[in-house]
Write a new protein. Structure first.
Ligand code: F0G
Length: 351
């Protein structure tokens, strides 16, 4: 009768905490690794989904945030700040509540999903909508944390990466070894950096026999790493990864090159196709940005880059409930019926 204790207690010996560190947790991590039947059939591989939308605030950010807020608390911070496309701010706001801290969040005006805004609001964050994009928000957050008494909890804070690397540990612990390929959406590039660090640590210590190839996918309108230059006005329906100048750019290139992987792009159309496939055929509801990993895998398969028989893990980073607009858009309006079984049966096509 033990429940999962959260990533810090589960992986304490691999994280920068001491016996006296005051752990701030919502028991994040321990997320499902779900076999993906349709994707496996399509690719001829054994595909698994690491469902990070099952975290307490609905995204993988909680793994990094438990570490960032725990360490900020240990260092005596009273307030934390982050720039965000929505998920980091939702997570920071929740963990700040647990720690008794004030949270301040900077989001790009009009470009974050409603569910994420609702989370920051209900957790009592101080929210500023910035007249600019995520990259502008991050510049501002760095300046504020440099000059005022507020701790930065974006993934440029290295303890965020430490927390997020635990997802790789969980996958190896579950599968018995590292997969052949690991596929991720890429925005600010913190998560691909974190997974690569986690996989390398387990391989170095002999917990796994190898490391996977790391495949990252950006949205075409926001693909600076693919283009090799900053994108001044990034665009994509996947607002979570609408980022033109990723903070961990070089680390993402290192993950790609050291692992023999790739970083490519997927169009909004490809993202939405994968988003619908995941929901309609795998039963997994993710937000659009999360579907970029699966869209990338399908694109690579169509290009003949996926050898059959491999074991592949796709991280799906955030819960579909955060941004339901895309689920509703274009779907037929449900019909209204009277309280009458015969009519209902007829409308349901049961007769
Ligand atoms: N998927 C989701 C759902 C995200 O929220 C993010 C990033 C990513 C993928 C990309 O991860 O930045 O580590 O490469 N969201 C950040 C935020 C930027 O502010 O919530 P990354």
């Amino acid at each position: 009768t033990h429940q999962w204790r959260g990533i810090i207690e589960e992986y304490r010996d691999r994280l920068p905490v001491s016996d006296t560190t005051p752990v701030v947790t919502l028991r994040e991590g321990g997320t499902p690794l779900v076999p993906a039947q349709v994707l496996s059939e399509r690719t001829g591989c054994e595909v698994h989904l690491k469902v990070e939308g099952a975290n307490p605030t609905g995204s993988f950010k909680d793994r990094g945030m438990t570490m960032a807020i725990t360490r900020a608390k240990e260092e005596g911070a009273k307030a934390v700040i982050c720039a965000s496309t929505g998920n980091t701010s939702a997570s920071a706001a929740a963990y700040a509540v647990r720690a008794g801290m004030v949270s301040a969040v900077l989001v790009p005006q009009g470009k974050i999903a409603l569910g994420k805004m609702g989370q920051a609001l209900v957790h009592g964050a101080k929210i500023l909508q910035v007249d600019g994009n995520f990259d502008d928000c991050l510049t501002l957050a760095r300046e504020l944390s440099d000059n005022y008494p507020v701790a930065l909890v974006n993934s440029v804070n290295p303890v965020r990466i430490e927390g997020q690397k635990t997802a790789a540990f969980e996958i190896v612990d579950m599968l018995g070894d590292a997969p052949d390929v690991h596929v991720l959406p890429v925005g600010n590039a913190g998560n691909i950096t974190a997974y690569w660090k986690g996989y390398k640590e387990y391989a170095a210590d002999g917990v796994s026999s190898r490391t996977p190839r790391m495949w990252g996918f950006q949205a075409s309108g926001s693909a600076p790493i693919v283009r090799g230059e900053v994108v001044k006005d990034p665009s994509t329906i996947a607002t979570a990864i609408r980022i033109g100048n990723p903070a961990s750019w070089q680390h993402a290139l290192n993950a790609r090159d050291e692992s023999g992987g790739l970083i490519d792009e997927v169009t909004d159309r490809e993202i939405l196709r994968a988003y619908r496939l995941l929901a309609a055929q795998e039963g997994v509801f993710v937000e659009p940005a999360s579907a970029a990993s699966v869209a990338g895998l399908l694109k690579a398969a169509e290009q003949g880059k996926v050898d059959p028989g491999q074991r592949i893990v796709c991280t799906v980073t955030g819960n579909g409930l955060k941004d339901p607009d895309w689920a509703v858009a274009g779907a037929p309006q449900p019909v209204t019926v009277p309280v009458d079984a015969a009519t209902a049966a007829e409308r349901l096509g049961l007769v």
